[in-house]
Design a protein around this ligand. Structure first.
Ligand code: BGC
Length: 248
């Protein structure tokens, strides 16, 4: 079965049909730069462009970088505040004339990795963390997603975890990767004390450089890079739409 997945990120809105038998993209993904400002209306138009560009008609899954309950966005740490309280699922379904499920971006990546990728078959608790503009999180237990954990917003040091250790600090040149990795190691130790995961899965742009810093991470739980890389959001969005997931 094919379902269309869309991943709304800070720099790009990306979408493609996904073949759910193997989690592969059924056609090359299309990418449109994220509109500035990224208001709901502007982002919906970008999504509509990608969906019609593929000539798609059918169910669609969409990620957003915020808490989502029943299709309604509840928080907006790194996107326009206009998203807060916006019923994204209804707004998109009406604009596109197709059924749309909306879920958090890191939760989508978690669903994809546990179904097809680095967390497949893993026992116990798995925490997937995406290191990009913020820190996204997906909490998985024996393959089941506990949505909207937002561990990047845990109080940490003088602020919150994502201010201390987001991937953007390296991308912007604020931190050398070694120093960033030392900070991440501190965050992982804290998460380990709280959740005792068997496995951490690292996603986000910086997971591509895993070999450059993995030797600096000595947390008890195993750590592996995500396997689906920048397709995880699209694939997870499609999975959520196929499963009719409402809260996640
Ligand atoms: C948001 C999360 C999101 C993460 C990664 C955080 O700032 O609060 O919802 O998953 O960034 O995009």
């Amino acid at each position: 079965m094919e379902i269309f997945g869309v991943d709304v990120g800070g720099s790009g809105v990306k979408g493609a049909p996904v073949d759910l038998t193997d989690g592969q993209l059924a056609a090359p993904r299309m990418r449109i730069p994220t509109p500035k400002p990224a208001t709901p209306d502007a982002v919906i138009e970008a999504i509509a462009g990608i969906v019609s560009g593929h000539g798609w008609s059918g169910p669609i899954g969409v990620t957003v970088p915020g808490v989502v309950l029943d299709g309604v966005v509840q928080t907006a740490a790194n996107i326009s505040e206009e998203w807060i309280g916006f019923d994204a699922a209804t707004g998109l379904s009406e604009r596109l004339g197709m059924p749309v499920k909306v879920l958090n971006d890191a939760d989508a990546a978690g669903l994809a990795e546990v179904t097809y990728g680095a967390a497949k078959g893993e026992r116990g608790v798995v925490l997937l963390l995406t290191f990009g503009t913020g820190i996204g999180s997906a909490y998985l237990h024996e393959g089941t997603l506990i949505p909207n954990t937002e561990l990047g917003h845990l109080k940490f040091k003088d602020g919150v975890a994502e201010e201390y250790a987001a991937g953007r600090l390296v991308k912007r040149g604020d931190l050398e990767i070694e120093w960033w990795a030392r900070r991440v190691d501190e965050v992982l130790d804290y998460l380990d004390d709280l959740f005792w995961p068997n496995l951490f899965v690292f996603g986000g742009g910086i997971s591509k450089r895993f070999e450059d810093y993995s030797h600096l991470l000595d947390t008890r739980a195993r750590i592996v890079p995500a396997m689906l890389r920048n397709q995880a959001g699209i694939v997870g969005a499609a999975l959520a739409a196929a499963r009719g997931v409402d809260h996640a």
